[in-house]
Design a protein around this ligand. Structure first.
Ligand SMILES: Cc1cc2nc3c(=O)[nH]c(=O)nc-3n(C[C@H](O)[C@H](O)[C@H](O)COP(=O)(O)OP(=O)(O)OC[C@H]3O[C@@H](n4cnc5c(N)ncnc54)[C@H](O)[C@@H]3O)c2cc1C
Length: 287
């Protein structure tokens, strides 16, 4: 049985790393940049596609590979957008590259956010830090397919205002109908948003029909655990709760076992899971 709501069938050679050129770089916040990548092979450029929630393996010769979520618009196939935090050897090598550099890309891999399930339902997205990156394709797709009477809310948190990802995009999303609520742990003098954790926001926002509201969350695991507890306490059913899990990942094809989470390989059955399926495992410490 699928552990997510929507299947994302693979139909390509998962081992083949394709050359992609860095066509654009946006420095987002300290240590984080967004790359626009273009396939060198024009045939691939016109056929490649992904679903929100999926990731690729980016390869830098001499440094290695890293799993990176796709953060761009699923409606735009000519460019692959990925947001990368400089965390170690591979990611530092990638973020240190300039426009025109060529790296390798395998994928897309993994499961997807339940975008189809959102039709006719209100949606709350909860992101912490760089966890907003894998949710951005959902935001872009939901805004495109939104019904007039559908409520879409994004609760996004960061340690401080300067660490809120995609700072120049919130106003545009608001204009398109997304209710964006920003919250930080520590404010500065210019801050006009909320202060406190994302779960406190979730606890007090108005929900028109909790039993028919879809929640998707991505960020530090402890944040997601509390977000889910709060969502359940608000009456949102566990079938409508989804989260994206992260573990150190190596092969992306369910062979190496690095990303095993109980009986699941996060690279194949995840990273997006329905909470209904993950619930028994999330109670086990340090799994
Ligand atoms: C499905 C998936 C999607 C991801 N999406 C993104 C993304 O969009 N943007 C982004 O910047 N990063 C993302 N990551 C995390 C990214 O893969 C790791 O930060 C990267 O592999 C680190 O590689 P490195 O060689 O740069 O650092 P390393 O030197 O390998 O690691 C640096 C430190 O981070 C730890 N680490 C490595 N991978 C993980 C992990 N997955 N979870 C927790 N700790 C880890 C290592 O143990 C080490 O302590 C994602 C990971 C997964 C599994």
């Amino acid at each position: 049985m699928s552990v997510t709501s929507e299947s994302c069938v693979q139909n390509f050679d998962p081992w083949l790393s394709h050359p992609v050129r860095i066509a654009g770089i946006t420095r987002e916040i300290p240590g984080v940049c967004t790359l626009n990548l273009q396939f060198e092979d024009s045939r691939l450029a016109s056929t490649w596609s992904f679903r929100p929630g999926q990731f690729t393996m980016l390869y830098v010769p001499g440094a290695g590979e890293a799993a990176i979520s796709i953060s761009g618009d699923p409606g735009v196939s000519s460019v692959i957008t990925q947001t990368i935090r400089d965390a170690g050897n591979v990611t530092r090598s990638i973020t240190g590259l300039g426009e025109g550099a060529v790296i390798g890309l395998r994928g897309p891999f993994g499961s997807c956010w339940p975008v189809e399930m959102c039709r006719g339902r209100d949606v709350v997205l909860i992101a912490g830090g760089i966890g907003l990156a894998p949710l951005r394709p959902v935001i872009l797709q939901l805004l495109r397919q939104r019904d007039q009477d559908q409520e879409l809310t994004l609760i996004v948190g960061a340690r401080e205002p300067s660490l809120l990802l995609y700072p120049d995009q919130y106003d545009a999303w608001r204009r398109q109908g997304l209710n964006v609520i920003q919250t930080v742990d520590r404010a500065d003098d210019s801050w006009t948003g909320g202060i406190g954790v994302v779960t406190a926001v979730l606890d007090r926002i108005g929900l028109r029909n909790a039993a028919e509201t879809v929640v998707m969350t991505c960020g530090p695991e402890v944040m997601m655990t509390y977000a889910i507890k709060t969502a359940l306490s608000r009456g949102i059913p566990r079938e409508l709760l989804f989260l994206s899990m992260e573990r150190n990942m190596n092969c992306a094809v369910a062979l190496c076992g690095h990303c095993q989470f109980g009986p699941h390989f996060l690279c194949r059955e995840g990273p997006v899971f329905s909470y209904r399926h993950l619930r028994p495992l999330m109670r086990i410490d340090d799994l």
